[in-house]
Design a protein around this ligand. Structure first.
Ligand SMILES: [Zn+2]
Length: 160
């Protein structure tokens, strides 16, 4: 939750000066909490302690900046150019293309869970990335291979 959006849960007096301390009235239980637009920690603490569910719900809806744990989690992932990341993605593409699986599989929580178990550092590519870039590259590669194979087959035929 950004520091300002927490105030959506409080009735703020109209006549305060920006930066001044005021008393916000909690919309959920009516408690008066002191704070200001700059110092919202009292409001946040109140929400966390008294209205935890609302606070979490609100946070999720707002798509807050990543929390510290999310940052830590993110930093241990492979970089996009990491050979292992590329290898896994390549295998994933062959898996999807080879078995004609729907691209939406990469959005499946169970699938993500499986990949997480297989290699915690691997980042499953987004469906958009898969369809717009990776599969396209792969299809070009396969097409080229196919053309070369056909050319070889042709030359064999003509030589006989
Ligand atoms: Zn309250």
């Amino acid at each position: 939750m950004s520091s300002k959006s927490v105030l959506e849960h409080f009735t703020v007096p109209d006549d305060f000066q920006n930066g001044n301390t005021f008393k916000g009235k909690c919309m959920h239980c009516g408690t008066l909490i002191s704070g200001s637009y700059k110092v919202t920690s009292n409001f946040v603490t109140h929400m966390k302690r008294k209205h935890r569910d609302l606070y979490i719900l609100h946070s999720e809806n707002k798509e807050i900046q990543p929390t510290l744990t999310q940052c830590i989690k993110k930093s241990v992932k492979y970089s996009p150019s990491d050979p292992k990341q590329l290898e896994m993605t390549n295998a994933l593409i062959m898996f999807i293309a080879g078995d004609l699986l729907p691209l939406s599989i990469v959005e499946s929580e169970e699938f993500k869970n499986l990949m997480e178990k297989a290699d915690t550092k691997y980042q499953v590519p987004s469906r958009k990335h898969l369809s717009s870039k990776l599969l396209h590259e792969k299809s070009v590669e396969i097409k080229n291979n196919l053309v070369n194979t056909l050319k070889r087959a042709e030359s064999v035929c003509f030589n006989h």
